[in-house]
Design a protein around this ligand. Structure first.
Ligand code: ADP
Ligand code: MG
Ligand code: MG
Length: 211
């Protein structure tokens, strides 16, 4: 489908469903290297996002929808991930201006701004075993696909594939940010929950774009 405000709502509705399905798995990942609440935090946030998007005014732009998502995540998710995802959506909105559709160029700008926002807020580098280890490969794959002339749906599929691989690749890492960093070598062998939720969100984006 065209990446407009209807798509943003479809994306978040699909994301809320997939986070609900994976809530226990995300909690389990976070129990192993954190405090066990990441699934709960994300589930609460995405439910609130779907409700908030339901009361967007008619004719709201994708920019306005993304800003609504950001505010809702910041006020409902809590923990480390709430402000980080909130910042991601707030920054993602900026390059869209008042356009009613997100084209391939705007899509890559949006994903890049989201990732950059998380980095400027959380100061994580690649390999620190955080959600950035899913976001950065996703952004790189999206940019490469866009340069090859891919459609928005294909760009999102490449991004989701790369985010999933990035989440898996956090397993052997020692963490340098967030609660998992207190564990030292004991974090080795466990997947980062925020990288996993990032992969789920981007897969929902790809699936809804393709529909
Ligand atoms: P909390 O750790 O406060 O309970 P969550 O469990 O909801 O918050 O989120 C944990 C996730 O947040 C981690 O798996 C990691 O991906 C992400 N995270 C934590 N700190 C940072 C950071 N500084 N930069 C990027 N991501 C981070
Ligand atoms: Mg946690
Ligand atoms: Mg917590």
């Amino acid at each position: 489908m065209t990446l407009d405000t209807t798509w943003v709502t479809a994306w978040m509705t699909a994301a809320a469903a997939v986070i609900d399905e994976n809530k226990h798995d995300l909690n389990t990942l976070d129990r192993e290297i954190g405090d066990g609440d990441h699934g709960e935090n994300m589930d609460r946030g995405l439910r609130a996002v779907v409700t908030a998007l339901g009361s967007l005014p008619d004719g709201a732009t994708p920019n306005a929808a993304l800003r609504s998502i950001a505010m809702t995540l910041i006020s409902t998710v809590g923990g480390a991930s709430g402000p980080l995802y909130g910042t991601a959506f707030l920054k993602a909105a900026e390059p869209l201006g008042d356009a009613s559709e997100i084209d391939a160029t705007a899509l890559v700008a949006m994903l890049t701004a989201a990732r950059d926002g998380i980095v400027s807020r959380g100061k994580a580098a690649t390999g620190d075993k955080t959600m950035i280890d899913a976001w950065t490969p996703a952004v790189d794959a999206a940019a490469a696909a866009q340069e090859d002339g891919a459609s928005p749906a294909d760009i999102l599929r490449e991004a989701a594939d790369a985010a999933e691989a990035g989440a898996v690749a956090t397993e052997p890492l020692v963490a340098h940010k967030g609660r998992a960093s207190y564990l030292g070598d004991r974090a080795i062998g466990h997947r980062d929950p925020g990288a996993q939720s990032t992969a789920l969100l981007l897969r929902a984006a790809a699936d809804t774009a393709e529909a």
